[in-house]
Design a protein around this ligand. Sequence first.
Ligand code: FMN
Length: 367
Amino acid sequence: MTTADLFTPLRLGSMELPNRVIMAPMTRSRAGEGNVPTPLMADYYGQRASAGLIITEATQVSATAQGYPSTPGIHTDAQTLAWRRIAEEVHAKGGLIAAQLWHVGRISHTEFQPNGALPVAPSAIAAAGESYTSKGLVPFPTPRALETDEIPGLVKAFADAAKRAVFDAGLDGVEIHGANGYLIDQFLRDRSNKRTDRYGGGVENRARFLLEIVDAVTTAVGPGRVGVRLSPTGTFNDMADSDPRALYTHVTEVLNPFGLAFLHVIEGQPGHHMAPPEGAPHLAAELRRIFKGPFIINGGYSKEQAEAAIAAGAADAVSFGEPFIANPDLPERFRRNAALNTPDKASYYGGDARGYTDYPALETADA
Ligand SMILES: Cc1cc2nc3c(=O)[nH]c(=O)nc-3n(C[C@H](O)[C@H](O)[C@H](O)COP(=O)(O)O)c2cc1C
């Protein structure tokens, strides 16, 4: 048996990837009125269809799920239809696309909430940091703690969004966003979860919200179309946990019986802004050993680091974020050892085609 590399095909549940260069989910804040995806977004994703799998930007599962301007949703018919156009574009170019399903929880502002209500969260604890409102940066408000009997409605919103993504819009799968300090992560970690009901306390209770969502989503669309993203030592959005090893080894163990398409773990390379902070454990290798399905790693990987990770069995695939912003044909550039375009950070969030769909692909002539 030869060693796998970035160009060895890979099966993730019911998705057959032609390569292991996955596009990481990236918010670009270019949705239109009603948070409906635009034709420009279809161009953007279509340009990147040579990725082994595109994981879309985080996408709201409900009206309360939003926390930033112009991020797309997948809870109205207009949004769903627009995602269908995007899936068609990616499929026409031979690619695969999974929707990242998102609820921001406390990382929001009354401005983004229906009727100007407070954002919801496991506990009434404001995140340190600021929200990107129309009036500029404003401190995050103290959220409203969810009542226990509200939780089934949120779980259902994830399952309904998954059905829309797969059955109505025709995407190939979904990724449940359990990372980066958003609602699911807020339940997982004890800095943001101080609940005293069955969703708070020990790791079993804090994992319950995620597990109920995974159960509902896999029941809705089949486990072969469902992945989960986690950031075990991420600090973004004011996150921390008193014992990340105990929490995330438990979470990974209890995910095993679902037979998910993949587990996607963020753990930055040394020096990367998503690397575990000083003194925090490095958990990706341990979670890789525990998880019985395909494992995707992310966080500042170069082509060489990604190849080394796959060759060493540290992951089955690697996802790339910023390199895909500036290089629509990233797999081909990797294959040819070609130079990479440099991304323009000023155009990451919001705006038009500039810094979005105008990065050049390699000339096919110099193949
Ligand atoms: C502009 C931008 C937007 C991002 N949006 C999301 C997102 O919507 N969901 C998510 O899980 N991660 C998001 N991330 C994190 C990336 O998926 C990825 O974890 C990070 O960029 C590290 O990978 P990289 O070094 O290959 O870029 C975003 C990153 C960037 C640069």
